[in-house]
Design a binder for this molecule. Structure first.
Ligand SMILES: Nc1ncnc2c1ncn2[C@@H]1O[C@H](COP(=O)(O)OP(=O)(O)OP(=O)(O)O)[C@@H](O)[C@H]1O
Length: 263
């Protein structure tokens, strides 16, 4: 794990994580939570122990994608415990602690940062090969706090075709560089479209800029995800674990190699 964390917070005795990755984006609305979920599903299918920490506190959508929104959180005098999905991925999210799923979280930065800290110090995650953090969108205070306090091994940047054109993606890139956190690579979501009727692929945003930007910033391409109606349907039904095409084979291979090196 990264040693040069500026303000490290201790974990509890019930948590042992081999690799911790943060999934980030330059701004909101690029499908970061979906990509986090797909990576978790892919790693779990390979037999790894996986946890997702939904740090997107003001817009938590991970429990819904896995169909565990109404799940009851277990706790005892020592810790609170993450919810387990159908395929045994562990999840903790603000959404699970709220009485009503659609209750807004209207908090200021310091309180959000404190809550994120508690998700690490007071949740008994158990032994995990991979701990994925679905970061708040953008590069604001909360993201900074997470980067400064958790021993993150690397970040995965999620971008949209528009963000590649406008280079908003560079915000996330620069933040990781400044914090000295390795960038594992970049995923382009909504890269192209698949016709629900004939399955044909369409470059609806024109030719992808992913390769150009990846070369310019020296980033590894981890995947290109199309707008796939199947993904929308599975997210809505809370059945993302039933996904047939992950579109993230190279991402999963890279992460597998990374954990192998750490053993
Ligand atoms: N590639 C895709 N194909 C089909 N549907 C998608 C795709 N990406 C995102 N969606 C749909 O958009 C919804 C919102 O996605 P998600 O919660 O990941 O992103 P967001 O909240 O808009 O953005 P972010 O997490 O980046 O803040 C998903 O539940 C899904 O229905």
């Amino acid at each position: 794990m990264r040693q040069n964390v500026m303000h490290p917070i201790s974990k509890n005795e019930f948590t042992d994580v081999k690799k911790m990755y943060a999934v980030v984006s330059g701004k909101g609305g690029v499908g970061k939570s979906l990509i986090t979920s797909l990576i978790a599903v892919g790693l779990r299918r390979e037999g790894y122990e996986v946890g997702i920490f939904d740090a997107d506190i003001t817009g938590p959508s991970i429990p819904k994608m896995f169909g565990v929104s109404g799940a009851k959180i277990e706790s005892d005098s020592k810790a609170i415990y993450p919810v387990r999905t159908h395929n045994d991925i562990k999840i903790m999210s603000m959404n699970l602690l709220l009485n009503k799923e659609d209750a807004p979280v209207i908090w200021r930065g310091p309180l959000i940062a404190k809550t994120i800290e508690q998700f690490w110090t007071e949740v008994g995650w158990g032994i995990l090969d991979y701990f994925l953090i679905d970061m708040p969108p953008g590069t604001g205070d909360v993201a900074l706090t997470v980067f400064q306090s958790l021993p993150i091994d690397g970040i995965i940047i999620v971008t949209s075709p528009q963000d590649l054109v406008s280079l908003i993606v560079k915000k996330a890139y620069n933040m990781a560089k400044q914090m000295d956190i390795p960038i594992i690579g970049i995923v382009e979501n909504m890269s192209y479209a698949i016709c629900p009727h004939c399955g044909k692929e369409f470059d609806i945003f024109g030719k992808s800029k992913l390769e150009d930007v990846a070369e310019q910033l020296d980033l590894r391409i981890l995947g290109r995800i199309p707008i796939d109606p199947e993904l929308t349907k599975l997210c809505d039904k809370g059945e993302i674990e039933k996904v047939r095409n992950l579109y993230l084979d190279s991402c999963i291979e890279v992460l597998k190699r990374d954990v192998g090196e750490g053993l």
